[in-house]
Structure formats: structure tokens, C-alpha cells
Design a protein around this ligand. Structure first.
Ligand SMILES: Cc1cc2nc3c(=O)[nH]c(=O)nc-3n(C[C@H](O)[C@H](O)[C@H](O)COP(=O)(O)OP(=O)(O)OC[C@H]3O[C@@H](n4cnc5c(N)ncnc54)[C@H](O)[C@@H]3O)c2cc1C
Length: 360
């Protein structure tokens, strides 16, 4: 299911709708098309509920697709190893039978109650949705990379300075300087090393926040002479028309070194901003949305929260936690959306009605 296809079907389905006079009506509106929002479509679909999804990004997958599309994840049940992008693609394939409708590059901005059965969401570009339930799957909210305070860095951004690795191929045969001491810095150093012309990791000190295993791997590569490690901070960028040629590094003793480099990858962490969701009038605790662990409903009826955005005792911000939460919240959503129908518990392996919905 490609983004283009979704957008085309979206345009066709909306056909001028989405205004306050003619809102897009749906059983459920999911805010956030990250892995937990995507799997929610599946669980809702098994119980005959249709979903629209909203995301500020231009594609599905949330953090998996935006922050680590090519990095392997090792704790998705039944997948000993799967990359962030492949997990997203598999989820998209799994929800295809339920024909979710995606609305990308739009931010959920305003929440209003229309009547006892209807909540309205308006986006920053003015699209209006009336839904019987709202599912907030907004992860950490809108995330932005923290920028290093280097003079003139803006000129190089997205030309030779990148805050995320979308396509590893883009960095083939390049002289790469990775800056940072966390997991992203260490992981990308190791992942890009085999295809780089040269690789240097720069960090302020020789202790790291990253997993010890990655630190040991990096140190072994340095000892083997396959890459370089420097302590210090970037002081100056040199180049022309956004293309770096070298970088000046200042060390602790204030001495400087200039190293040749055509790609700079600073990994200084992310700032996650909850954004407009903070003004929805929902109960919040430390920028997270408290939910109960039976239905994953907020303190406001018909408004649910799944995935990284919610909080409850013992919460683990893992993808698999969000999958479980989606299954349970869908049952409460069913009670609201199909109040006169009996809620059954069925297995996909043995229920012919579920198999019919899945078209298998
Ligand atoms: C480097 C890294 C490695 C990780 N490795 C693992 C791992 O190995 N295993 C694991 O289980 N987890 C891992 N995680 C965590 C995992 O990615 C998250 O738990 C997961 O992405 C949460 O999914 P989500 O759907 O709740 O939110 P997200 O993936 O954050 O998606 C939320 C989406 O909501 C959108 N959004 C937010 N606010 C709005 C708004 N107002 N309007 C419209 N859209 C909005 C965002 O744009 C985003 O696309 C890792 C995370 C990182 C950063």
C-alpha cells in the first residue's frame, strides 16, 4: 500500500468533505500513524470499526520510519530481527483489508465535543473530522532533532549535514563525521562504517550513554584502524554552497584540529513536543496521558490513548506494549460504536467471520 495510493483514495473519498459544514465522518479517528496507531486499525477492523488516521509526517511509521528505518529491532514477537521500515511495511500490509484512510502532513490541533456520541478534531490546515471515538497514538508528540550550536550550520542542513539517516546509500563512499555519544551516534557509526570512505566519531568525552556493546564494537574498530575516534566539539564548518569540505574540532585543552569531511551527522537527541494535544483539555501527567489498564481510555469518555503517549503504573514504552493496548481499547470502542451488538471473543485462526473480514 503506497502513500500515493492512499492519498489518491483519500482525495476520492473526501471529495470536498472535511469542512465544519461537511465534516469527514468516521467511527474512529486515530491521531498518529506510528506502529501503535497502525496496529490499532487492525484491532478496530476485526471488530467492524472504520478508522481514519492523521499524521504530521508525510508517511506512516512514526519513530520507526522517521528515526530508525534501517535499524534492526529485535523484540517484536515472532520477528527475531526486523528493521523500522520493514515493520511499518508489514503493518501496512496487515491493515490493508480494513481500508484505513490516511491524512498526512496535518496536525490534530483542536478537540471539541459535538454531542454525547461525537467528538470533533480540526487540523492545522482546517480539515474537520467527526468521530465516535478518538484514539490518541501520538507517541512523544511532534519530534524535532536538537541542533548543535555551530555557526552557519543552517546553510549545510539537508545538503551535507543530516540529523537522521533516511537512506544509507546516500552516504556511500563519503568521509563521514558522526557527533554524539548516545545510541543513535554509536549505531550509525557502526552501520555506516562499512560503506563510508572514512569514518570519525566525535564526542566530548570518552564515556558514552550508548549501549556498552556498541561502545565495545566501536572501540574494536578504532583499534583495528578501521575508523577514528576524537574527543572534542565541532567549532567551525568549512565548505561552499552547503557542501562541507572540512570541520574544525576544538579539544578540551583548546587546541584545534581540522579534519576532511563531506558529511556531518550530529546526534544530539530529540526534543519531543506534545504540541496542541496539551491543549485538548485532557488530564495530563508529565506530558503523558494517564489511562486505565482495562480499556486504555482517558478520563474523558470515548477518548483513548495507546502507545508511547499514555501512562499507567508499570508502562514500558515498547512497540509490543502499544499492540496489546490497541487490542484492549478496541473492545471498549466497540461498546460505544456498536452499543446494540454483542461483543464476542474470537480467534483469527478459527473464526470464519474474522477470516472473511481479513479476506483470507
Ligand atoms: C532509536 C530508537 C530505537 C528504538 N528501538 C526500539 C526497539 O528496539 N523496540 C521497541 O519496542 N521500541 C523501540 N523504540 C521505541 C519505539 O519506536 C516506540 O515505542 C514506538 O515508535 C511508539 O509508537 P507510537 O505509535 O506510540 O508512537 P510514534 O512512533 O512516536 O508515532 C507517533 C506519531 O504521531 C504523530 N503525531 C504526534 N502528534 C501529532 C498531532 N498532534 N497530529 C498529528 N500527528 C501527530 C507523530 O508525527 C508520529 O508519527 C525505539 C525508539 C528509538 C527512537
Amino acid at each position: 500500500m503506497s502513500t500515493t495510493k492512499e492519498q489518491t483514495s483519500l482525495e476520492a473519498q473526501n471529495n470536498g468533505k472535511g469542512t465544519p459544514e461537511s465534516p469527514i465522518k468516521t467511527d474512529a479517528l486515530i491521531i498518529g500513524a506510528g506502529p501503535c496507531g497502525l496496529f490499532t486499525v487492525f484491532e478496530m477492523g476485526l471488530l467492524d470499526m472504520k478508522c481514519h488516521l492523521l499524521d504530521i509526517l508525510d508517511r506512516p511509521g512514526g519513530q520507526c520510519a522517521e528515526l530508525y528505518p534501517e535499524k534492526p529491532i529485535y523484540d517484536i514477537p515472532a520477528y527475531p530481527e526486523i528493521s523500522g521500515q520493514e515493520l511499518t511495511d508489514r503493518l501496512m500490509e496487515q491493515i490493508e483489508p480494513f481500508s484505513p484512510v490516511f491524512h498526512f502532513q496535518q496536525m490534530a490541533e483542536k478537540l471539541e465535543q459535538i454531542d454525547e456520541q461525537t467528538w470533533r478534531i480540526t487540523t492545522d490546515i482546517g480539515t474537520v473530522f467527526d468521530a465516535k471515538v478518538i484514539i490518541i497514538a501520538a507517541g512523544g508528540g511532534s519530534f524535532m532533532p536538537k541542533k548543535p550550536p555551530i555557526p552557519g550550520i543552517d546553510e549545510y542542513e539537508n545538503k551535507s549535514v543530516f540529523y537522521a539517516v533516511r537512506k544509507m546509500e546516500q552516504f556511500k563512499d563519503k568521509k563521514i563525521l558522526v557527533v554524539g555519544g548516545g545510541d543513535s551516534a554509536l549505531d550509525w557509526t557502526l552501520n555506516l562504517l562499512p560503506l563510508s570512505e572514512s569514518m570519525t566519531l566525535l564526542h566530548r568525552r570518552d564515556s558514552f550513554r550508548a549501549h556498552l556493546d556498541s561502545v565495545h564494537k566501536m572501540q574494536a574498530k578504532v583499534e583495528a584502524g578501521e575508523m577514528d575516534f576524537q574527543m572534542g566539539q565541532v567549532k567551525q564548518l568549512k565548505g561552499e554552497n552547503g557542501q562541507l569540505t572540512s570541520v574544525v574540532i576544538q579539544h578540551k585543552d583548546k587546541t584545534t584540529t581540522e579534519i576532511e569531511c563531506d558529511i556531518l551527522l550530529p546526534f544530539f537527541g530529540l526534543t519531543m513536543k506534545l504540541g496542541p494535544i496539551a491543549d485538548f483539555g485532557l488530564n495530563l501527567h508529565e506530558n503523558l496521558i494517564p489511562v486505565d489498564t482495562e480499556k486504555f481510555e482517558t478520563s474523558t469518555p470515548r477518548i483513548f490513548a495507546v502507545g508511547d503517549i499514555n501512562s499507567y503504573p508499570g508502562k514500558l514504552k515498547l512497540i509490543l506494549s502499544g499492540f496489546h493496548e490497541a487490542a484492549l481499547m478496541s473492545r471498549q470502542a466497540f461498546r460505544y460504536i456498536h452499543p446494540n451488538s454483542k461483543l464476542k471473543f474470537e480467534y483469527t485462526t478459527s473464526s470464519s467471520s474474522l477470516q472473511e473480514k481479513l479476506d483470507v
